[in-house]
Design a protein around this ligand. Sequence first.
Ligand code: SAM
Length: 159
Amino acid sequence: MSRLDSFIRRLSAQRDILNTVANEVRTLAGPVLELGLGNGRTFDHLRELFPDRRIIAFDRTVNAYGPSMPSADDLVLGEIRDTAKTFIGANASLAHADIGTGYEDKDAITLTWLPEIMAGVLAPGGLAVSGLPLDHPDLEALPLPSTVKDGRYFIYRRK
Ligand code: SAM
């Protein structure tokens, strides 16, 4: 598969999964956390899905397209490993992490701390959506929408 095909499938997976979990997320109180703002595309989609919900975005740098820029109060700059720690116990309804790199060695380092952060920021019943697999005793894997191939993206519910 070309990198273009792979990129298109990743973006489709993100959209399909966020659309799929949206109704369940709406039943929960608590903010939405976007780990890895990037260009702001998924942030913008989250804003469409949850117009009345606080959405807090994290990144080490500001690269979002202007209209997809969170307000200063909802943008947390720095290394997610450090910044998101302060949101442990935030009782988030949804945490989405799109911080995989495609490099096994780098992603392996991220996976030494990301599962603990994702489990820690969520409310019981809150949903984690991630481009990297999250192995954590408090996160129960959920099935993917039929349009998303196994292993491309991941959904979990906080126990
Ligand atoms: N989902 C975003 C979108 O739709 O535009 C794209 C996210 S992009 C693939 C990943 C972003 O996460 C990059 O902007 C990168 O700077 C940020 N990032 C990755 N790892 C990070 C870390 N450990 N700490 C802070 N930011 C990180």
